[in-house]
Design a protein around this ligand. Structure first.
Ligand SMILES: *C/C=C(C)/C=C/C=C(C)/C=C/C1=C(C)CCCC1(C)C
Length: 244
């Protein structure tokens, strides 16, 4: 018995060239640090910005917890933690849609805009999950449907209702909205690349050499922490203006 217990390693071994494992560790700590930063800075802002900063904190906190599990799952099984990945996304991506709504509330954004964005994001993620985990043979078709939902979100924020509200609000809100729009157009486009790297399809020859998990982990760090910082910066600028 004693010998048996001693033979179980407490910490899984990590190879020095395990880039997936490395990005899971770094991602985990970065999400934790970002969550602490957003939570602790919350009370230094005007009341009306506090919910936005709180949501930035929740997005990175939820990601930190999932990264904790994904880091472990990878270290022990050496497999993509697809399940945890999509549970994380189905919670955090709708919260990013809530961020758009919260900063546009000053211009009179309606809840219907928020629900439309949330609905589109859920369609994007559920169809992505079906292609990646359930019907892998038809990954290209599910990825295409997911991509259409993604472009629907891009349309709403770049040219549709959300764009109109941001223009009406003007000033720091418009600047922040524009930056978030770029995050969605460029930063979120990292994910379909990861998807094509990790699923079978016509695109294998183009992206097949990349590691799906490394691509997803880079995307998450840029988008979750970057998004939060844009909102943080908006709160800094707007609070400074209202105190002047
Ligand atoms: C914090 C996590 C974020 C911002 C995750 C975003 C995920 C996407 C934008 C995923 C998009 C996908 C497509 C557009 C097509 C292929 C399938 C997905 C789900 C990877």
């Amino acid at each position: 018995m004693e010998n048996f217990l001693a033979s179980i390693p407490l910490v899984a071994k990590m190879a020095t060239n395990d880039y997936v494992g490395f990005t899971f560790f770094v991602g985990c700590m970065a999400m934790m640090a970002a969550a602490a930063f957003f939570f602790l800075s919350m009370n230094s802002f005007d009341r009306k910005w506090r919910t936005s900063i709180l949501v930035s904190g929740l997005i990175t906190f939820i990601a930190a917890v999932h990264y904790w599990y994904m880091r472990d799952y990878w270290a022990v099984n050496g497999e993509s933690p697809t399940f945890f990945r999509y549970v994380d996304w189905i919670l955090t991506v709708p919260l990013m849609c809530v961020e758009f709504f919260l900063i546009l509330k000053v211009a009179g954004a309606k809840k219907s805009l928020m629900w439309k964005l949330i609905f589109a994001s859920v369609v994007m993620l559920v169809t992505g999950y079906l292609g990646e985990a359930v019907f892998r043979d038809q990954a290209a078709v599910w990825g295409l449907i997911s991509g259409l939902a993604y472009f629907w979100i891009v349309y709403i924020i770049w040219f549709g209702e959300a764009k109109k509200l941001a223009t009406e609000a003007g000033g720091a809100v418009l600047t922040a909205h524009k930056t978030l729009c770029w995050f969605v157009l460029v930063g979120w486009a990292i994910y379909p690349i990861g998807y094509m790297a990790g699923t079978p399809g016509w695109y294998e020859g183009i992206f097949g050499g990349l590691s799906m998990d490394v691509v997803y982990n880079i995307g998450d760090a840029i988008n979750k922490i970057g998004f939060g910082l844009v909102v943080y910066n908006l709160a800094v600028v707007a609070t400074a203006k209202s105190e002047a």
